[in-house]
Ligand binder design. Sequence first.
Ligand code: FMN
Ligand code: SF4
Length: 438
Amino acid sequence: MTTLTPVLSAFWDAERSWSMDTYEAHDGYRALRKALDTPQADLIQLVKDSGLRGRGGAGFPTGMKWGFLPKPDGGPRYLVVNADESEPGTCKDMPLMMAAPQFLVEGVAITSYAIGCHHAFIYLRGEVVHVYRRVLRAVEEAYAKGYLGKNILGSGFDLEVTVHAGAGAYICGEETALLDSLEGRRGQPRLKPPFPAVAGLYARPTVVNNVESIASVPPIVLNGADWFTSMGTERSAGFGFFSLSGHVTRPGQYEAPLGVTLRELLDMAGGVREGHELKFWTPGGSSTPIFTAEHLDVPLDFESVGKAGSMLGTRALQIFDETTCVVRAVDRWVDFYAHESCGKCTPCREGNYWMKQVLHRLEHGQGDEADLDKLLDICDNILGRSFCALGDGATSPVTSSIQHFRDEYLAHLTHGGCPFDPAKSALSALSASEVPAR
Ligand SMILES: Cc1cc2nc3c(=O)[nH]c(=O)nc-3n(C[C@H](O)[C@H](O)[C@H](O)COP(=O)(O)O)c2cc1C
Ligand code: SF4
């Protein structure tokens, strides 16, 4: 059985795990000292050699992204950390920033040095005020210790870090919408090219990386590329957070090598809640096509999940047992996408609104079988025709649920409504009358 590989979560159970004292007692800032003695190009090569791929969902190689920045021209260049984390089911960056925020701050300092940035930004979803306060405090502590600011550790390297709280919109996690929002505009995706590496924040070369990607940099610098590649698979190296939620005995963050399977993770998490069995699950958040019990042994790495018909995404494993109505779950997710659609492009703005109407009808036993084809047709007109990946992602739960559970959609029609009792799938002891009506 695969064991866990606690690195970023190694001391979450220590007293005041979030404090600078605790971080320094666990090798904190040794990697920064080492990095400041290393040529910048060597650091970028190290991250390339480690095979680290972006942990924000798309899995783009991190070192390669840094290498795309044009040669320095004397003007500013920026690092922007994407801490928006709004995808339904995704819940890894917030716990990491609460429990051990210095991994991120040290990662920001090392990455900024490597790419020649003197002003970095951490863009955080505004609703999570407690996380915002914790990251602000962590940055303050790092300034006080001389790990940020002027002439860091006597190296001559200067770095300012700004922590920015967004107003709370899923689309502001899309990297170019994030940049617009950070510049003070309404967050809507930009046309690419130019990519952020060429013209990002304030039209200057910019690297945008996820919290977990940047937090993984200090351990890689400290332990080397071979250490990192000794975990995971050949093309999906290293470890990552697998966030188990829903109908599972012990939900939470499981830091494990990429390539671990849901069966192995469930073994460690005490299985599906007692007396129930797995019905469906998301491998990487609600934007990734759902899997079923057939997929328990699919290795959770970028390639294997893709080959099996879904995406690794953010490793947000939402577990649903047999009490869950898949139509109701998909209906809720599409409500979310319709609400969060930024409205810039027609396929996503109108398509999600239509899908929401059709799914509401089906969940209540109205409409007819032709509505399933209508849903698939709408998905066909959103997928690949939307301006950004929000639109594409919204189609994933719809098409995959019809593929795996067409009969359950039809059962709503023959039954004249939802055949499930929503109170049975609730995790707390709700009576049916307390379950919110749809
Ligand atoms: C609608 C939407 C929301 C996104 N939300 C996030 C997010 O909250 N955090 C994140 O890191 N990436 C998010 N992304 C992906 C980013 O656009 C980008 O790929 C990522 O920040 C790059 O970092 P990485 O290479 O380290 O993964 C989102 C993308 C889309 C289309
Ligand atoms: S796909 Fe949706 S979120 Fe993305 S630009 Fe179009 S309307 Fe906005």
